[in-house]
Design a protein around this ligand. Structure first.
Ligand SMILES: Nc1ncnc2c1ncn2[C@@H]1O[C@H](COP(=O)(O)OP(=O)(O)OP(=O)(O)O)[C@@H](O)[C@H]1O
Ligand SMILES: [Mg+2]
Length: 324
Protein backbone atom coordinates (compact mmCIF):
# COMPACT_ATOMS: atom_id res chain seq x y z
CA UNK A 1 0.00 0.00 0.00
CA UNK A 2 1.01 3.59 -0.64
CA UNK A 3 3.91 2.57 -2.79
CA UNK A 4 2.83 3.71 -6.22
CA UNK A 5 4.85 6.37 -8.00
CA UNK A 6 3.48 9.69 -6.89
CA UNK A 7 3.79 13.18 -8.32
CA UNK A 8 5.47 15.92 -6.34
CA UNK A 9 3.39 18.50 -4.53
CA UNK A 10 6.28 20.03 -2.70
CA UNK A 11 5.22 23.47 -3.86
CA UNK A 12 2.04 23.19 -1.74
CA UNK A 13 2.08 25.82 0.98
CA UNK A 14 0.06 26.35 4.10
CA UNK A 15 -0.35 29.58 5.98
CA UNK A 16 -1.11 27.79 9.21
CA UNK A 17 2.33 26.26 9.64
CA UNK A 18 5.34 27.97 11.06
CA UNK A 19 7.56 25.49 9.24
CA UNK A 20 7.31 24.37 5.64
CA UNK A 21 7.55 20.61 5.94
CA UNK A 22 5.24 19.80 3.13
CA UNK A 23 4.84 17.06 0.76
CA UNK A 24 2.22 15.75 -1.55
CA UNK A 25 1.26 12.13 -1.41
CA UNK A 26 -1.49 10.80 -3.62
CA UNK A 27 -3.59 8.00 -2.14
CA UNK A 28 -5.80 7.65 -5.18
CA UNK A 29 -6.62 9.92 -8.08
CA UNK A 30 -8.90 12.14 -5.98
CA UNK A 31 -7.28 12.41 -2.54
CA UNK A 32 -4.11 14.27 -1.84
CA UNK A 33 -2.56 13.63 1.54
CA UNK A 34 -0.24 16.22 2.96
CA UNK A 35 2.38 14.45 5.04
CA UNK A 36 4.56 16.49 7.34
CA UNK A 37 7.43 14.58 8.79
CA UNK A 38 10.58 15.46 10.65
CA UNK A 39 13.42 13.27 11.83
CA UNK A 40 15.24 14.38 14.96
CA UNK A 41 18.66 12.77 14.66
CA UNK A 42 22.28 13.24 15.28
CA UNK A 43 23.49 12.87 11.68
CA UNK A 44 27.12 12.35 12.71
CA UNK A 45 26.23 9.37 14.90
CA UNK A 46 24.83 7.36 12.02
CA UNK A 47 24.92 9.13 8.62
CA UNK A 48 24.01 6.00 6.65
CA UNK A 49 20.76 5.34 8.56
CA UNK A 50 19.68 8.98 8.30
CA UNK A 51 20.54 9.11 4.58
CA UNK A 52 18.61 5.92 3.80
CA UNK A 53 15.52 7.27 5.59
CA UNK A 54 15.77 10.57 3.70
CA UNK A 55 16.02 8.63 0.41
CA UNK A 56 13.10 6.34 1.29
CA UNK A 57 10.89 9.34 2.00
CA UNK A 58 12.15 11.13 -1.09
CA UNK A 59 11.08 8.17 -3.25
CA UNK A 60 7.55 8.86 -2.02
CA UNK A 61 7.95 12.57 -2.66
CA UNK A 62 7.81 13.08 1.07
CA UNK A 63 10.27 15.68 2.20
CA UNK A 64 11.73 14.44 5.46
CA UNK A 65 13.25 17.35 7.31
CA UNK A 66 16.19 16.33 9.45
CA UNK A 67 16.55 18.39 12.63
CA UNK A 68 19.61 17.96 14.81
CA UNK A 69 19.07 17.83 18.59
CA UNK A 70 20.79 21.20 18.91
CA UNK A 71 18.05 22.63 16.67
CA UNK A 72 15.38 21.83 19.26
CA UNK A 73 14.58 24.27 22.09
CA UNK A 74 11.90 24.36 24.76
CA UNK A 75 10.62 27.81 25.74
CA UNK A 76 8.73 28.46 28.95
CA UNK A 77 6.57 31.55 29.17
CA UNK A 78 5.27 31.82 32.74
CA UNK A 79 1.52 31.19 32.92
CA UNK A 80 1.44 30.33 29.20
CA UNK A 81 3.36 27.07 29.50
CA UNK A 82 6.14 25.47 27.51
CA UNK A 83 6.43 25.40 23.73
CA UNK A 84 8.95 23.74 21.48
CA UNK A 85 10.91 25.27 18.63
CA UNK A 86 10.46 24.13 15.90
CA UNK A 87 6.71 24.60 16.37
CA UNK A 88 4.77 21.77 14.79
CA UNK A 89 1.08 21.54 14.02
CA UNK A 90 -1.11 18.57 15.05
CA UNK A 91 -0.76 15.64 12.69
CA UNK A 92 2.93 16.24 12.01
CA UNK A 93 4.76 12.94 12.32
CA UNK A 94 8.08 12.98 14.19
CA UNK A 95 10.60 10.16 14.20
CA UNK A 96 13.96 10.08 15.95
CA UNK A 97 17.29 8.24 15.95
CA UNK A 98 20.56 8.28 17.84
CA UNK A 99 20.09 11.29 20.09
CA UNK A 100 21.68 9.71 23.14
CA UNK A 101 23.50 12.79 24.36
CA UNK A 102 20.36 14.94 24.18
CA UNK A 103 17.84 12.73 25.99
CA UNK A 104 17.00 15.06 28.92
CA UNK A 105 16.08 18.09 26.79
CA UNK A 106 14.44 16.04 24.06
CA UNK A 107 12.26 14.25 26.63
CA UNK A 108 10.77 17.64 27.51
CA UNK A 109 10.41 18.58 23.86
CA UNK A 110 8.75 15.31 22.84
CA UNK A 111 6.33 15.57 25.80
CA UNK A 112 5.32 19.07 24.66
CA UNK A 113 4.96 18.03 21.01
CA UNK A 114 2.89 15.06 22.08
CA UNK A 115 0.60 17.30 24.16
CA UNK A 116 0.04 19.41 21.02
CA UNK A 117 -1.15 16.45 18.95
CA UNK A 118 2.12 15.80 17.14
CA UNK A 119 2.38 12.09 16.31
CA UNK A 120 5.60 10.61 17.66
CA UNK A 121 6.58 7.29 16.12
CA UNK A 122 8.26 5.34 18.89
CA UNK A 123 7.15 7.16 22.03
CA UNK A 124 10.26 8.96 23.22
CA UNK A 125 10.14 7.85 26.86
CA UNK A 126 9.59 4.22 25.88
CA UNK A 127 12.43 4.52 23.38
CA UNK A 128 14.92 5.83 25.93
CA UNK A 129 13.84 3.10 28.35
CA UNK A 130 14.53 0.51 25.65
CA UNK A 131 17.91 2.07 24.79
CA UNK A 132 18.91 1.29 28.34
CA UNK A 133 19.53 -2.44 28.13
CA UNK A 134 18.93 -3.01 31.84
CA UNK A 135 15.68 -1.07 32.04
CA UNK A 136 14.48 -2.85 28.92
CA UNK A 137 15.37 -6.25 30.42
CA UNK A 138 13.42 -5.42 33.60
CA UNK A 139 10.36 -4.42 31.53
CA UNK A 140 10.62 -7.51 29.31
CA UNK A 141 11.01 -9.77 32.34
CA UNK A 142 7.88 -8.22 33.89
CA UNK A 143 6.03 -9.07 30.70
CA UNK A 144 7.15 -12.71 31.04
CA UNK A 145 9.64 -12.52 28.16
CA UNK A 146 12.90 -14.50 28.63
CA UNK A 147 15.96 -12.29 29.15
CA UNK A 148 19.52 -12.83 30.43
CA UNK A 149 20.31 -12.47 34.18
CA UNK A 150 22.01 -9.14 34.75
CA UNK A 151 23.52 -6.93 37.43
CA UNK A 152 23.59 -3.15 36.96
CA UNK A 153 26.52 -1.49 38.69
CA UNK A 154 28.64 1.64 38.85
CA UNK A 155 32.40 1.08 39.13
CA UNK A 156 34.39 0.72 41.26
CA UNK A 157 31.77 -0.97 43.45
CA UNK A 158 30.33 -4.31 42.61
CA UNK A 159 28.68 -6.93 44.77
CA UNK A 160 27.77 -10.53 43.98
CA UNK A 161 27.70 -11.21 40.25
CA UNK A 162 25.70 -13.75 38.22
CA UNK A 163 27.02 -17.29 38.69
CA UNK A 164 28.94 -18.21 35.56
CA UNK A 165 32.40 -19.33 34.44
CA UNK A 166 32.71 -16.09 32.50
CA UNK A 167 30.96 -12.74 32.65
CA UNK A 168 30.08 -10.34 29.87
CA UNK A 169 30.31 -6.67 30.85
CA UNK A 170 28.75 -3.96 28.68
CA UNK A 171 27.62 -0.32 28.87
CA UNK A 172 23.90 -0.07 29.68
CA UNK A 173 23.50 2.08 26.56
CA UNK A 174 25.97 0.84 23.98
CA UNK A 175 26.17 -0.06 20.33
CA UNK A 176 28.14 -2.06 17.79
CA UNK A 177 29.78 -4.26 20.41
CA UNK A 178 31.92 -1.35 21.63
CA UNK A 179 32.84 -1.77 25.29
CA UNK A 180 31.30 -5.27 25.40
CA UNK A 181 33.91 -7.42 27.12
CA UNK A 182 34.24 -10.97 28.37
CA UNK A 183 36.03 -11.53 31.69
CA UNK A 184 36.68 -14.31 34.17
CA UNK A 185 35.63 -12.08 37.06
CA UNK A 186 35.03 -8.37 37.57
CA UNK A 187 38.40 -8.07 39.36
CA UNK A 188 39.94 -8.61 35.89
CA UNK A 189 37.83 -5.91 34.28
CA UNK A 190 39.13 -2.41 33.68
CA UNK A 191 36.53 0.21 32.88
CA UNK A 192 37.26 1.40 29.32
CA UNK A 193 37.76 5.14 29.08
CA UNK A 194 37.61 5.64 25.31
CA UNK A 195 34.11 4.55 24.31
CA UNK A 196 32.44 6.32 21.38
CA UNK A 197 30.12 9.17 22.39
CA UNK A 198 27.02 7.17 21.46
CA UNK A 199 28.04 4.55 24.02
CA UNK A 200 26.71 6.81 26.73
CA UNK A 201 27.18 5.16 30.14
CA UNK A 202 24.65 5.76 32.87
CA UNK A 203 26.04 2.53 34.38
CA UNK A 204 27.40 -0.88 33.42
CA UNK A 205 25.79 -4.31 33.17
CA UNK A 206 27.33 -7.68 33.96
CA UNK A 207 25.72 -10.84 32.59
CA UNK A 208 26.65 -14.51 32.63
CA UNK A 209 28.15 -15.59 29.32
CA UNK A 210 25.39 -17.15 27.21
CA UNK A 211 26.66 -20.30 25.49
CA UNK A 212 27.06 -20.13 21.71
CA UNK A 213 26.12 -16.45 21.61
CA UNK A 214 28.83 -15.86 19.00
CA UNK A 215 25.84 -16.69 16.82
CA UNK A 216 22.68 -14.68 17.34
CA UNK A 217 19.68 -13.37 15.41
CA UNK A 218 19.00 -9.75 14.49
CA UNK A 219 15.38 -9.03 13.65
CA UNK A 220 13.63 -5.83 12.62
CA UNK A 221 10.02 -5.41 13.73
CA UNK A 222 7.77 -2.72 12.26
CA UNK A 223 4.17 -2.17 13.30
CA UNK A 224 4.05 -5.48 15.18
CA UNK A 225 5.48 -7.62 12.36
CA UNK A 226 8.96 -9.01 11.94
CA UNK A 227 9.80 -7.72 8.45
CA UNK A 228 13.39 -8.98 8.27
CA UNK A 229 15.64 -11.29 10.21
CA UNK A 230 19.20 -12.51 9.80
CA UNK A 231 21.50 -14.90 11.57
CA UNK A 232 24.84 -13.40 12.56
CA UNK A 233 27.95 -15.47 13.18
CA UNK A 234 31.04 -13.87 14.67
CA UNK A 235 34.17 -13.92 12.49
CA UNK A 236 37.09 -16.15 13.50
CA UNK A 237 38.90 -14.77 16.50
CA UNK A 238 35.87 -12.66 17.55
CA UNK A 239 33.15 -13.75 19.99
CA UNK A 240 30.74 -10.84 19.43
CA UNK A 241 28.24 -11.31 16.61
CA UNK A 242 27.95 -7.66 15.53
CA UNK A 243 27.79 -6.96 11.79
CA UNK A 244 29.95 -3.91 12.52
CA UNK A 245 32.64 -6.31 13.78
CA UNK A 246 32.50 -8.33 10.57
CA UNK A 247 29.99 -11.07 11.56
CA UNK A 248 28.84 -13.26 8.71
CA UNK A 249 25.15 -12.46 8.13
CA UNK A 250 22.64 -14.76 6.42
CA UNK A 251 18.94 -14.11 5.83
CA UNK A 252 16.41 -16.17 7.77
CA UNK A 253 12.64 -16.64 7.93
CA UNK A 254 10.83 -13.75 9.71
CA UNK A 255 8.17 -16.25 10.80
CA UNK A 256 10.62 -18.45 12.72
CA UNK A 257 10.69 -18.63 16.55
CA UNK A 258 13.22 -15.77 16.76
CA UNK A 259 11.03 -13.51 14.64
CA UNK A 260 8.02 -14.30 16.83
CA UNK A 261 10.03 -13.67 20.01
CA UNK A 262 11.16 -10.32 18.54
CA UNK A 263 7.56 -9.33 17.78
CA UNK A 264 6.50 -10.08 21.38
CA UNK A 265 9.41 -8.09 22.78
CA UNK A 266 8.72 -4.99 20.68
CA UNK A 267 5.00 -5.20 21.46
CA UNK A 268 5.61 -5.47 25.19
CA UNK A 269 7.84 -2.36 25.15
CA UNK A 270 5.15 -0.45 23.23
CA UNK A 271 7.41 0.50 20.31
CA UNK A 272 6.31 1.12 16.71
CA UNK A 273 9.53 -0.29 15.31
CA UNK A 274 12.84 -1.58 16.62
CA UNK A 275 15.70 -3.93 15.98
CA UNK A 276 15.92 -6.94 18.29
CA UNK A 277 18.92 -9.15 19.11
CA UNK A 278 18.04 -12.67 20.17
CA UNK A 279 20.13 -15.53 21.58
CA UNK A 280 19.33 -19.17 20.97
CA UNK A 281 19.43 -21.16 24.23
CA UNK A 282 18.43 -24.68 25.27
CA UNK A 283 15.19 -23.26 26.66
CA UNK A 284 14.39 -21.25 23.51
CA UNK A 285 14.93 -17.68 22.25
CA UNK A 286 16.19 -15.18 24.82
CA UNK A 287 16.05 -11.46 24.12
CA UNK A 288 19.37 -9.66 24.37
CA UNK A 289 18.21 -6.19 23.39
CA UNK A 290 15.49 -4.15 21.74
CA UNK A 291 16.71 -0.98 20.06
CA UNK A 292 14.39 1.69 18.60
CA UNK A 293 17.48 3.30 17.06
CA UNK A 294 18.94 0.02 15.82
CA UNK A 295 20.92 0.11 12.59
CA UNK A 296 19.28 -1.34 9.48
CA UNK A 297 21.98 -1.13 6.79
CA UNK A 298 23.31 -4.66 7.35
CA UNK A 299 19.90 -6.32 7.69
CA UNK A 300 18.61 -4.52 4.58
CA UNK A 301 21.67 -5.58 2.59
CA UNK A 302 21.49 -9.18 3.83
CA UNK A 303 17.77 -9.82 3.45
CA UNK A 304 16.99 -7.55 0.50
CA UNK A 305 14.22 -5.92 2.60
CA UNK A 306 14.61 -2.15 2.57
CA UNK A 307 13.88 -1.41 6.24
CA UNK A 308 14.04 2.39 5.77
CA UNK A 309 11.40 1.99 3.08
CA UNK A 310 9.13 0.05 5.46
CA UNK A 311 9.53 2.74 8.12
CA UNK A 312 8.53 5.35 5.52
CA UNK A 313 5.45 3.21 4.74
CA UNK A 314 4.52 3.24 8.42
CA UNK A 315 4.86 7.03 8.62
CA UNK A 316 2.59 7.41 5.58
CA UNK A 317 0.06 5.02 7.14
CA UNK A 318 0.12 6.89 10.44
CA UNK A 319 -0.42 10.17 8.64
CA UNK A 320 -3.52 8.65 7.00
CA UNK A 321 -4.68 7.32 10.39
CA UNK A 322 -4.34 10.75 11.97
CA UNK A 323 -7.11 11.89 9.64
CA UNK A 324 -5.16 14.47 7.66
N1 LIG B 1 25.68 -12.26 27.91
C1 LIG B 1 26.31 -12.55 26.78
N2 LIG B 1 26.85 -13.78 26.58
C2 LIG B 1 27.52 -14.10 25.45
N3 LIG B 1 27.70 -13.24 24.44
C3 LIG B 1 27.19 -12.00 24.56
C4 LIG B 1 26.47 -11.60 25.74
N4 LIG B 1 26.08 -10.30 25.59
C5 LIG B 1 26.52 -9.95 24.37
N5 LIG B 1 27.19 -10.96 23.74
C6 LIG B 1 27.80 -10.93 22.40
O1 LIG B 1 28.25 -9.62 22.13
C7 LIG B 1 27.50 -9.05 21.04
C8 LIG B 1 27.25 -7.58 21.31
O2 LIG B 1 26.50 -7.42 22.53
P1 LIG B 1 25.21 -6.48 22.66
O3 LIG B 1 24.30 -6.77 21.51
O4 LIG B 1 24.67 -6.70 24.00
O5 LIG B 1 25.76 -5.00 22.60
P2 LIG B 1 25.94 -4.04 21.33
O6 LIG B 1 26.20 -4.87 20.15
O7 LIG B 1 26.97 -3.05 21.68
O8 LIG B 1 24.58 -3.35 21.09
P3 LIG B 1 23.86 -3.08 19.65
O9 LIG B 1 23.39 -4.43 19.14
O10 LIG B 1 22.80 -2.14 20.01
O11 LIG B 1 24.86 -2.50 18.68
C9 LIG B 1 26.24 -9.89 20.93
O12 LIG B 1 25.72 -9.88 19.61
C10 LIG B 1 26.75 -11.28 21.35
O13 LIG B 1 27.39 -11.94 20.26
MG1 LIG C 1 23.65 -6.06 19.78
Amino acid sequence: MLRQKIPSFSSIDSRTESHRLFVGHVLDSSIVLIVRCILVANRDAEPVGVASLVEAFHRRDIHLQVVSPSGVEVHLEPSKGATVVPRLSPGTVVIHRNVMQSIPLLTLAFDCWSDCGVDILNDFRRSTLSRNKFEAAVALDRAGIPVVDAVAFTPPHFGPMPKSDRLVVKPACGARGIGVERVQSLEDWLEPVDLMPQSYRPFWIAQPEVLNADQDWRAFVIDGKCVAIMRRRAVRGEWRANAFLGAECTPDDPKNKFGLAAEKAVLSLGLDYASVDIFNTDSGPVINEVDPWGGFAAISRTTGIDVADRIADLVALRAVGSGL
